[in-house]
Write a protein that binds this ligand. Sequence first.
Ligand code: ATP
Ligand code: MG
Length: 842
Amino acid sequence: MTEKTLSAERFWTVPQGAMLARLGSGPMGLGAVEAERRLAETGPNTVADRPRLEIAAKIGRRLIEPLVAILLVAALVSGLTGDWPGFVIIACIVGVSVGLDVVQEHRAELAAARLRDSVAVKASVRRDGQVVSLPVERIVPGDVVELTAGGLVPADGILLESRGAQANEALLTGEPYPVGKRGGVSEASSPADAFNAVFAGTAIVAGAATMLVVTTGRATRLGGVAASLAARRPPTAFERGLHGLGLLILRLTAFLVLLVLLAHLSFQRPPLESFLFAIALAVGLTPELLPMVTTVTLSRGAMRMARKRVVVKRLAAIHDLGAMDVLCTDKTGTLTEARIALADATRADGAPSSRALGLASLNAGLASGMPSALDAAILRANPPAPGWRALAEAPFEFERRRSAVLCEGEGQRLLVVKGAPEAVLAVCTAMEGADGTTQPMTDALRAELLARADARGGEGLRLLGIAWRSMGQDETIEGPHTEADLVFAGFCGFLDPAKASAVDAVGRLGALGVRVKIVSGDAAPVLLHLVQTLGLPCKGVLTGEDIEALDHPGLVARVQDVDLYARVSPDQKRRVILALKANGHTVGFIGDGINDAPAIHAADAGLSVEGATEVARAAADLILLAPDLGVLAEGVEEGRRTYANIMKYVRMGTSSNFGNMFSMATASLLIPFLPLLPAQILLNNLLYDLSEMGIPFDSVDAEDVAKPHSWDMGAVLRFTLVMGPLSSVFDLATFGILLWGFGATPEEFRTAWFIESMATQVLVIFLIRTHGRAWRTTAPHPALIATSLSALAAAFALALGPLAPVLGFAPLRGALLAVIAGLVLGYLVAAEALKHLAAPSP
Ligand SMILES: Nc1ncnc2c1ncn2[C@@H]1O[C@H](COP(=O)(O)OP(=O)(O)OP(=O)(O)O)[C@@H](O)[C@H]1O
Ligand SMILES: [Mg+2]
């Protein structure tokens, strides 16, 4: 039976034994060899397309690119017509540039993939009878996987056994209340009702289970929506910008090349030569290296960021991180130490209460839900009373903000509930007094208790309300409605020290032009207290209730000036992010919980930390190896450096290189011979590409790091419109002087023009790399100096050295060389003087 039919069918209706047999597996899982075989057959367990890493495929893909293919055919034709040197030169140049391109990109992608794998989500899989921890991507149908609370379900499958497992399937069903999962056979017609099935991308929030994997990757339910998943992440401004620029250049190139070709043919020039010239021109014009350059620069940026403890999962996110001007963060761990300790347990009236604490530790200790820092703090202070056992539970869940445990002991059967004070008080109808007597919960009493909770929140205490009720022998937890008619027992207060280093980090981010907003599930008074303690420049509060009452446009209007968001649910976190994006911000979100995953996903730069829940890490684009905003500030700087270096290529390509090719096309129409032979153009292009290989290493202007920058097509065009014509003016002057001043022969003309055009194209990087005066900013990186000067030296050696005659170059008179030197100098001076006109507006 194939993957497809299995996924289409309701696999949860097949009994365990039959399913194991069908998948050729057993309770102890697969053997490693068989698993490898299946992996090769079904492919990796991922819904995203992984970039293909085979080097041969890449070379093949480049050779069939239209330009290269035409060039190769053309070379062949010229070879057949007897022009062997032409053939050899063109073939060599194509070989070298495709080779360089592929090797560089391949190495960059491998390195980036290694980084990504280092933070990959792992699963516990039974292989050869042992439990091993494997990257989720390596899971195959037939695998037996152990699931625990807080973990992500890695694929679709059925449960072989369950120890109170509950799953949050909101991602697939939209239903936030956790659903119980157990073994057995279900006759359900829809996956939402299949109690024995678990699905990729959902989270186990309580208990533990063993699953048999039925389908993986794109064959899963999540994979089914993966087509829309791919569409879900629209290309960033940067990706769109690069693409748009590429298209623009492509159109211009096509236009220019066709024009040149037609003109040459109508002038009755030799057709093969004209054709080759036009093709070489097209090669020179197209930014064919830009994709490779972007990949290489980005992955170099990723390496540097990894050294600063930021691991990049999605390369383009580096740009988003640099462009980010609003960072939303949850509270615990980033702004606080996440060293949560129980401060006190009190009765409703404020007196210390061992009763409230005892109930709280029953709830915390008997639950099998996700290990929570609050639960751990309660248990450290007071272990649960012996002799009690749990019968059922409704694990904590962020929309409801409560957890409930049905437990039995000392001859009683109790439902014990703890959660956010207002969430608990809302389901209480009585209050327990000092002597164990109860009084009815009135609205006035409830308001008084909430006010007390707020007051203690204002002292920085995180509060949980504790409540209980007796349950009948046949009663059990049936859903959220079971949590009603409770008796309020008191509060537990927790302290989580503010993180002193956060002040500095928020300051640094502020200096970088990134405004920090806090988006938390905790109460408003706690957030305000934290902000005061740390002295953070955050103002304005919106609560989950406020947000609930706003529609999207209303929220968009409010988020601009509000920095604190309290008691927000996971979906509201996401809504806040979307509202900020709608205001034109590039938004980052950092969080570590299941509740943060939707917002992480919605953000331009989704961030999580190494110790975070799997769900959060899976949703993130970037992972901080230390839960520290300071690390993030360094990552932001690195992201901006990377972007600034990519922009250097773009500016180089759109000004000098484009200008030169443009002048040459024009010249070819005005003068009676080709300004450069096709092979010479290709050589020129290759050397120019080589000269740029040092750019990813280069340092950048302080001002490029100081502010968020995102793609600005206007700035790119402005730069082109100033620098392009400038380059052309000097080129035309060169042509005039060569032809009329020196009466140069075609060979001399080409040699001189080759040298001049190489020198101007290569050297201008030293001006373009900075917005300020070239001699005042940080020195260029030695690697950039080395690649630029060696490319230039190679150009001189080829044009004037022993190979010159083969390449069609001729020796130059001294006076001519001097004039060229003068022109190059003149161009550089003029470019330096004019570049501020072309600079992006401040
Ligand atoms: N294990 C738990 N049992 C009961 N209630 C809980 C539990 N965990 C959290 N809560 C309640 O839910 C609220 C929201 O949870 P939490 O504070 O973890 O959200 P958050 O958005 O992750 O916060 P932060 O910004 O601090 O990371 C808490 O303030 C608390 O009232
Ligand atoms: Mg949190």
